[in-house]
Ligand binder design. Sequence first.
Ligand SMILES: Nc1ncnc2c1ncn2[C@@H]1O[C@H](COP(=O)(O)OP(=O)(O)OP(=O)(O)O)[C@@H](O)[C@H]1O
Ligand SMILES: [Mg+2]
Length: 267
Amino acid sequence: MSGKLRDESKLYDSPPYILEVEDLWVKAGDNLILKGLDLRVGVGKLHVIFGPNGSGKSTLLGAIMGLPQFEVIKGDIKFRGRSILGLSTDERAKLGIGLAFQRPPLIKGVRLRALLATLNGGDAKIEELADNLDLKNHLDRELNDGFSGGEMKRSEILQLLVQRPELILLDEPESGVDLENITLLARFIGELLERGKHIVDRKRSGIIITHTGHILSYLNADIAHVMMEGKILCHGSPMDVLHQIKAKGYKECVECLLAEQSKEEAA
Ligand SMILES: Nc1ncnc2c1ncn2[C@@H]1O[C@H](COP(=O)(O)OP(=O)(O)OP(=O)(O)O)[C@@H](O)[C@H]1O
Ligand SMILES: [Mg+2]
């Protein structure tokens, strides 16, 4: 792709959609963070979101998951065509949405094994999965209590492997993870997202936030978005967008926005 990153006609997703975020405005505390954000994710697709610190990426995933600190003041979030705004986080998880946190919370009094048992709606083999992620010795520890950064990230993926949600939200899954463990994580994320299957057979979809793009060398994501100041401004193929950001920073996106604004003002 050359020139501007914005080329929605070619690269924006197509129906059927698992997720539709429409003109979403979200507050946390007194701060207005998301300011009219639109995003659609097709069934079986993996989207990537890039954006500078504080642009609202984690807020978006938190709002989709229904975390209580985020207040939707305008717009809608639809999962498989139905609004989920009235549903609690638990209800959204049961419906098939799962989130791996950027900074997983410490939950005193809850052992990893007990949490996995509540997430296990099917017949997931917890011991075997924990062993695969080298977390067998962590099953009887309190959630994230004294876990290393990489262990917390592996535990987040283990929870998703047990839950097997249809929409998988991954907030910087590789940050702080050593290179060998990134390979391991990426293998299981790829399996979870059915990336090895033919596109028409993939049922699970995902949104992944990454700063370095490192994980994209292992996962063939479909579409990338650039988010700034609470809005998605540009779309493109993941590797193109990553290279543009590396080469020019987020400046290219600001130019995109300014060009759009001046078009609107002229109209
Ligand atoms: N609970 C909250 N109360 C008040 N402000 C909040 C809250 N949560 C997030 N914010 C603010 O919202 C803005 C966006 O935060 P968010 O975590 O979504 O950014 P991000 O794009 O994920 O950044 P990073 O790349 O650093 O993870 C920040 O300025 C942050 O301080
Ligand atoms: Mg974040």
